[in-house]
Design a protein around this ligand. Structure first.
Ligand SMILES: [Zn+2]
Ligand SMILES: [Zn+2]
Length: 227
């Protein structure tokens, strides 16, 4: 059987696979189990179904590859997810930190026709509200560097919170409360390697992040603060 429309579960798997692949990371069962927060046996069963339905293939090293059909379906769900995030944030004023989680509940039921209408209405966005690229626009984010690579005294503009950061509702709430959102400027006040922390001076507050969090935030380095 060659399923035409992926189920919501399969769409979740496809989306994560697409993101791992985009980042040049290998797609393996254990990563999916961690990122989707499901048990390894469950992942194995789902992967078998996905191979049967021609969404993915698995090589002899147990690495997963999206088929052409799988890749197209993944791009489609990611696009619908990101458009829904913009709809929630711009039209319904849902707080930035909550749009990912809310979009996740709605995205699976949006048809291609409605997605096209959303795209027009939302002025054809190329990045999601967290700065992640729509499929096909990856080059827009390529010049941005992980915050973790900034040094003490460096000034920056926040550009992007990685998809795997968006997944963590507590982290997103913390970031919004501390002004860590795209377009906000800041300065690295202190970087403590032994402590694995980075303290930032933002416009209205200072905030300490763990290096693990700082790896999920991408910035543009600037020389002087701009107005
Ligand atoms: Zn999202
Ligand atoms: Zn997003």
């Amino acid at each position: 059987m060659d399923a035409i429309n992926p189920s919501p579960t399969i769409e979740d798997y496809l989306g994560i696979m697409y993101t791992l692949d985009r980042d040049g990371e290998s797609i393996i069962g254990v990563k999916l189990s961690e990122l989707l927060e499901v048990s390894a046996p469950t992942v194995t069963v789902t992967l078998k179904r996905m191979i049967r339905d021609n969404w993915i293939t698995m090589d002899e090293k147990k690495e997963i590859h999206l088929t052409k059909k799988g890749s197209a379906a993944a791009a489609s769900i990611i696009r619908r997810h990101m458009l829904t995030e913009w709809m929630l944030s711009r039209i319904l004023d849902v707080p930035w930190s909550q749009v990912h989680e809310e979009a996740h509940k709605i995205e699976h039921s949006i048809s291609t026709d409605v997605a096209e209408k959303m795209q027009v209405r939302l002025d054809d966005p190329k990045l999601c509200p967290h700065g992640n690229p729509f499929p096909g626009f990856e080059e827009m984010t390529q010049a941005w560097i992980p915050l973790v690579d900034m040094e003490q005294g460096d000034r920056f503009i926040i550009r992007r919170i990685h998809e795997f950061g968006e997944e963590d509702a507590h982290l997103m709430d913390f970031l919004q409360r501390n002004g860590i959102q795209p377009a906000q400027q800041g300065l690295v006040k202190e970087k403590l390697g032994f402590n694995e922390t980075l303290t930032l001076q933002m416009a209205h507050n200072s905030v300490t992040l763990g290096l693990k969090t700082a790896k999920l935030i991408f910035v543009e380095k600037i020389e002087q603060p701009t107005v």
